[in-house]
Design a protein around this ligand. Structure first.
Ligand code: AMP
Ligand code: FE
Ligand code: FE
Ligand code: ZN
Length: 285
């Protein structure tokens, strides 16, 4: 059983449509794939329609959140959410707010770049996103198209880095509120790539314990951005806190070099996750 519980389609910042992503998952030999676009469920129906026989599809999302430490600025954290009711009004309103926030923040980044002479246009970036949830990868691709940088990776390493003068933060959801919203919608909240230091500051064990207290149900342990030591630490935390352990690729199509299925989830952990989700059912034979 090959189970990958974290992938992105062109509905957010991946490069394949949900239908293409289903074929990629099948071709890579996956038995289970979760579609977890940023702040939207827009890809669920297309994934369900395109699902090849034998592939189980877990409807999900990656919610943009923040942790507020006592003594430091907020830390960006990503919350995976699975099998929640897509029509839950409170969660639906919050993800709509996040998408609006992404638009105004993306525009500010692009205007600042343009003001300094970089040939990027917000209207063109929005058009190229084809209705998908806009993120820095869309700006990165525009910088590649304009010949400013060689690759999406190079854009993230320079102009779009979180310490770049062009970086603008977003007013993401307080993660404890995010967890409560997902649980209220019958979903399963899992803390995504929690110790990925290459992405910026990460939270301490106190924050993970507080999230568990707030209703968190799982930790993404095996992730391409985690070192062996980070995985070992998270696995220990999950055991201490009684949390489900997942492993996933965080596939983004050609926006990242990571292949689908490169990290995977243990079948027993997957069964525990499915048993905990009551807001939606997996799409399967
Ligand atoms: P944003 O949500 O707009 O702040 O952009 C962050 C997104 O960019 C996350 O979904 C990451 O997966 C993605 N990302 C981060 N670093 C890179 C990179 N080097 N190349 C491509 N995508 C990246
Ligand atoms: Fe992403
Ligand atoms: Fe993420
Ligand atoms: Zn992701």
């Amino acid at each position: 059983m090959l189970i990958d519980l974290h992938t992105h389609s062109s509905v957010s910042d991946g490069t394949e449509t949900p239908a293409e992503l289903m074929l990629t998952a099948r071709a890579a030999g996956l038995d289970v794939v979760a579609l977890t676009d940023h702040d939207t469920t827009d890809g669920w129906a297309a994934a369900q329609d395109a699902r090849p026989a034998g592939l189980t599809v877990v409807p999900g999302m990656e919610l943009s959140c923040r942790w507020f430490p006592d003594d430091q600025p907020p830390i960006s954290v990503h919350l995976l959410a699975y099998l929640f009711d897509p029509d839950s009004p409170a969660l639906s309103a919050e993800r709509a707010r996040l998408r609006e926030e992404r638009l105004s923040r993306g525009e500010r980044i692009v205007e600042a770049l343009a003001a300094d002479g970089y040939p990027v246009l917000w209207a063109e970036i929005v058009e190229a996103s084809a209705g998908g949830v806009v993120g820095r990868p869309h700006v990165a691709r525009a910088l590649v198209r304009a010949g400013v940088v060689e690759s999406v990776d190079a854009a993230f390493a320079t102009l779009l880095h979180h310490r770049s003068p062009y970086y603008v933060t977003k007013a993401d959801t307080d993660v404890r509120q995010g967890i409560a919203l997902v649980r209220a919608a019958g979903g399963v909240p899992v803390f995504a790539h929690g110790l990925a230091t290459k992405r910026g500051r990460v939270v301490g064990d106190d924050a993970v314990a507080a999230m568990a207290e707030a209703g968190l149900l799982g930790l993404e342990v095996d992730h391409p951005d985690h070192s062996d030591e980070e995985r070992r630490h998270l696995r220990g935390l999950a055991a201490d806190l009684g949390l489900i352990v997942t492993g996933s690729s965080d596939y983004h199509g050609s926006n990242k070099t990571t292949p689908i299925g490169v990290c995977a989830t243990d079948p027993a952990q997957f069964e525990a996750l499915v048993a905990a989700g009551t807001g939606a059912a997996p799409f399967r034979d």
